[in-house]
Design a protein around this ligand. Structure first.
Ligand SMILES: CC(C)(COP(=O)(O)OP(=O)(O)OC[C@H]1O[C@@H](n2cnc3c(N)ncnc32)[C@H](O)[C@@H]1OP(=O)(O)O)[C@@H](O)C(=O)NCCC(=O)NCCS
Length: 215
């Protein structure tokens, strides 16, 4: 993820030990006793990466408890984002004096079924994908980038944002994306940002995306 974010965002990608790290008591209490092993591992790796990244900002030993909307409550003066998918987990954190929000996302690069594509991509986005020579995997990039948009929107606006509430423009040359929030959603969200920007990177099996909103 380092390559997709400004230098002053602290990013940590999980190593095997992060999946087996200790949780702080508040975090362990927040993780349901019924959580399956895979959920326990990803939750733990995210917290462990985030704690290491926060240490680089001189923030130590703070629990990262999920809030009601499932986003972690970041220590005072900081903000961050966590992502996990099979075989990959990362956390990114920054000082609130530098930015309002950071969002990161990683997804296995898969060919999404038609019904999932239609739930994520607007008709004009599907038409754009269809014009690409390698059209099959661009919906996965839309999916990942839109999850970044949600992770930027959610801490700033605090409300739901549907996949079809944003129209994505992808620059294939620069690997950048821009998301325009559509008027219907903006009318219900006074003062919300209208545009979010980020970058993405895709390998044959992983799509990563990230963005920031600066102060
Ligand atoms: C919340 C959401 C974006 C998470 O994405 P995901 O691909 O399922 O999972 P990821 O591994 O990338 O991210 C999960 C992490 O996101 C974080 N997260 C959860 N809810 C969040 C929120 N409301 N805001 C910011 N971060 C959130 C958590 O840290 C979570 O990990 P944890 O539970 O272990 O702490 C997704 O589940 C979701 O609800 N999406 C629908 C809304 C959306 O994306 N709209 C698109 C608008 S254009």
């Amino acid at each position: 993820m380092h390559d997709l974010l400004p230098d002053w965002v602290a990013v940590e990608v999980a190593r095997e030990a992060d999946y087996l790290a200790d949780l702080l008591p508040e975090e362990a209490a927040a993780l349901s006793a019924r959580a399956v092993a895979s959920r326990r591992r990803e939750f733990t790796a995210g917290r462990s990466c985030a704690r290491r990244a926060l240490a680089r900002l001189d923030v130590h030993g703070q629990p990262l408890v999920p809030s009601e909307n499932r986003a972690p409550v970041w220590p005072q003066g900081t903000t961050g984002s966590i992502t996990h998918t099979a075989g990959y987990c990362a956390a990114a954190v920054a000082r609130r004096s530098d930015l309002c929000a950071v969002g990161i996302d990683a997804e296995r690069r898969t060919i999404l079924p038609a019904n999932v594509r239609a739930a994520i991509c607007r008709p004009e986005e599907l038409a754009w994908c269809a014009r690409r020579p390698d059209e099959d995997w661009w919906p996965a990039v839309h999916f990942s980038a839109k999850e970044v948009v949600f992770k930027l929107w959610s801490p700033i606006v605090g409300t739901w944002l549907d996949f079809l509430d944003a129209r994505l423009t992808i620059d294939v040359e620069t690997s950048e994306f821009e998301a325009q929030i559509l008027p219907g959603r903006l009318a219900k969200s006074p003062g919300a940002p209208t545009t979010f920007r980020g970058r993405f990177h895709a390998t044959p099996d992983l799509v990563r995306s990230a963005g920031v909103v600066t102060t």
